[in-house]
Design a protein around this ligand. Structure first.
Ligand SMILES: [Zn+2]
Length: 291
């Protein structure tokens, strides 16, 4: 399972009326996943869900979905200096939390983080500047002044592995915090582009490589802050490439055997590491190696 995928909640997309949301919010068995500074509360490698009696009536909540019969909300506890609820656990960076939490907790926390982050930054109408109101359980904001509707963003990003014969091309991005890390290439899908066109454009820009067929493989919600990673393989037409030198500072072809030897995350003698399993890039490489 790719981390952040497999969210088990029933989102009730057609039934998130104000009346229904108020009923669910008032339920004694409702659960609330708290965030502080956009970090989820974690204890013992599990996400901590609060019960309704602990959550203030005026706390900012969004509806995540039903877990069986139980309503699950996310609650934003702000970004103040002191972390709340110290007796319940620790607010951990979302990436760090995703490394340790079970898949279902990671998926739910990812949904919550992306949604809460959007609300934090979209309190005012982009059309007229008036304060907007939350509706649809948190999946829409409405402007009472001009009537505009605003929906939470999901930003599509293509992430792709060029393949030529028995080798794949990986690159080192200048922004990677780990100087040994080589990964798949990625970029935002722009307006008026298909996924395949974005893959070809990004690869031409970043590593100057020309590819033919592009094949979708898998996708991953990536709440940093609100992307959808669309994982693809791209058939390179030759092994020739030219790095752009600004975003990508180095690229290398790796055979399947070389890639396989690096999937365990252990740094090899040549100082090259591949992505860890939290990232879809890891799964793109792994699935190709094992395919
Ligand atoms: Zn407006």
């Amino acid at each position: 399972m790719i981390p952040f995928s497999g969210n088990p909640l029933e989102r009730m997309g057609e039934a998130r009326t104000a009346a229904k949301m108020a009923l669910l919010r008032a339920r004694a068995d409702a659960l609330f996943l708290p965030f502080w500074q956009m970090k989820p509360l974690v204890a013992g490698a599990r996400a901590v869900f609060l019960t309704a009696d602990v959550v203030a009536a005026d706390a900012f909540c969004v509806f995540l979905g039903l877990d069986g019969e139980r309503p699950v909300f996310a609650v934003d506890l702000g970004a103040g200096e002191d972390a709340p609820l110290p007796e319940r656990g620790e607010f951990r960076d979302m990436r760090a939390a995703a490394f340790v939490m079970p898949a279902r907790d990671t998926a739910i926390a990812g949904q919550a983080k992306a949604l809460l982050y959007w609300h934090r930054r979209h309190g005012f109408c982009a059309n007229c500047g008036a304060a907007t109101k939350v509706t649809d359980g948190g999946y829409r904001r409405e402007c009472p002044a001009c009537g505009a509707e605003h929906f939470p963003r999901t930003d599509p990003v293509v992430i792709m592995l060029p393949i030529f014969g028995d080798a794949c091309l990986v690159g080192r991005n200048r922004k990677f915090p780990n100087a040994a890390l080589f990964s798949a290439f990625a970029g935002f899908v722009e307006q008026g582009e298909t996924v395949e066109e974005a893959v070809r454009r990004e690869l031409a820009e970043e590593v100057g490589i020309t590819v033919g067929a592009v094949r979708y493989h898998a996708s991953q919600p990536w709440p940093f802050p609100s992307s959808l990673m669309i994982g693809c393989y791209a058939d390179a037409l030759s092994r020739d490439f030219t790095i752009d030198g600004t975003e990508i500072v180095e690229a290398r072809w790796l055979t399947k055997a070389e890639a396989r030897a690096r999937l365990d995350g252990v740094l090899k003698d040549d100082g090259m590491a591949l992505p860890v399993p939290i990232a879809i890039a890891h799964h793109l490489i792994k699935d190709w190696v094992e395919g």
